[in-house]
Design a protein around this ligand. Structure first.
Ligand SMILES: NC(=O)c1ccc[n+]([C@@H]2O[C@H](COP(=O)([O-])OP(=O)(O)OC[C@H]3O[C@@H](n4cnc5c(N)ncnc54)[C@H](OP(=O)(O)O)[C@@H]3O)[C@@H](O)[C@H]2O)c1
Length: 212
C-alpha cells in the first residue's frame, strides 16, 4: 500500500517510520518544515511531502491508498490548537481522503475519548476534540480503525500489548509499541471499522491485533 502519514515527524510518527522501513508499504511522510525531510527519509520514509493539517492537504495525499493520522497539537499548545489540529485537522483529512477515494484511515486517538465528560477536568477539552474526530471518522464511510492508547511513555517497546474493544484500566504503553500496533493494524483484516484500546501487556502485537 501507499501510506500517507500525518504527524510523521512526531514521536510515534518517527517510530512508525522505523517500523515501516521493514514493511512492503510505500510511505509518504507529511512534514511541516523541509529540513525535517532528510532525517525522516533516513528513518524509513519513501518520500516526504510538505503539508499542514490546518490547510488543504489534497495535493500531498495524491496517489495514496491509506492514511495514518498520528499527529496532535501536543501539550505545549493551548485548547485552540487542540481544536484546530486534533479535531478540525483530523476531520479535514478524513473528508479529503474520502473525496480523493482513499478508503483506509487509521487514527491515533486516546483512551478516554469515548466519554470525554468522564475524563479528568484538565483533559476534557482534549478528549472531546479526539472524540469529535473519531465520531466523524466512524460516520465517514471510510474503512476506519480508531486506536486508543493508554498513557504514552518513551520506554523501549516490549512488542507485547493488551488490546480490548472496551476501555479497561488506564495503563501505559511505549510509543514504540503504539507504532508497531499501527503497522499491524494496517496489515490485519480484523481491524476494519473498529475501535480498540491498547496498553502494554503479554501478547505479541501481531497476535493481539489478529484476535480483535
Ligand atoms: N501523551 C499521551 O499520553 C497520549 C495518550 C494517548 C494518545 N495520545 C495521542 O498520540 C498522538 C501522537 O503522540 P506523539 O507523542 O507522537 O505526539 P508528538 O510527538 O507531539 O507529535 C505530533 C506531531 O503532529 C504534528 N503536527 C502538529 N500540528 C500539525 C499541523 N498543523 N500540521 C501537520 N502536522 C502537525 C507535529 O509536527 P512537528 O513535528 O512539525 O511539530 C508532530 O510531528 C497524539 O494525537 C496524541 O494526542 C497521546
Amino acid at each position: 500500500m501507499h501510506v500517507f502519514i500525518a504527524g510523521a515527524n512526531g514521536q510515534i510518527g518517527q517510530h512508525l517510520l522505523r517500523e515501516m522501513a521493514n514493511s512492503d508499504h510505500e510511505v509518504r511522510a507529511m512534514i511541516r518544515h523541509p529540513d525535517q525531510g532528510p532525517e525522516l527519509q533516513q528513518l524509513g520514509a519513501t518520500e516526504t511531502v510538505l503539508g499542514d493539517l490546518e490547510k488543504d492537504c489534497s495535493e500531498a495525499m495524491k496517489g495514496c491508498d491509506a492514511v495514518i493520522f498520528a499527529a496532535g497539537s501536543g501539550p505545549h499548545t493551548g485548547p485552540e490548537k487542540t481544536t484546530d489540529v486534533d479535531q478540525n485537522g483530523a476531520i479535514r483529512l478524513i473528508d479529503t481522503a474520502k473525496a480523493m477515494g482513499i478508503k483506509r484511515f487509521v487514527i491515533v486517538s486516546s483512551i478516554g475519548a469515548e466519554e470525554p465528560d468522564n475524563g479528568p477536568e484538565k483533559l476534557r477539552h482534549y478528549l472531546q476534540a479526539k472524540h469529535n474526530a473519531d465520531e466523524h471518522l466512524k460516520n465517514s464511510g471510510l474503512n476506519y480503525t480508531i486506536v486508543r492508547p493508554g498513557q504514552l511513555t518513551n520506554d523501549e517497546g516490549t512488542g507485547k500489548v493488551s488490546v480490548s474493544v472496551r476501555p479497561e484500566e488506564i495503563g501505559k504503553i511505549p510509543r514504540q509499541d503504539v507504532a508497531r500496533v499501527l503497522l499491524a493494524t494496517l496489515d490485519a483484516d480484523t481491524t476494519g471499522d473498529s475501535v480498540f484500546y491498547v496498553v502494554s501487556g503479554d501478547t505479541p502485537v501481531a497476535e493481539a491485533v489478529a484476535k480483535l
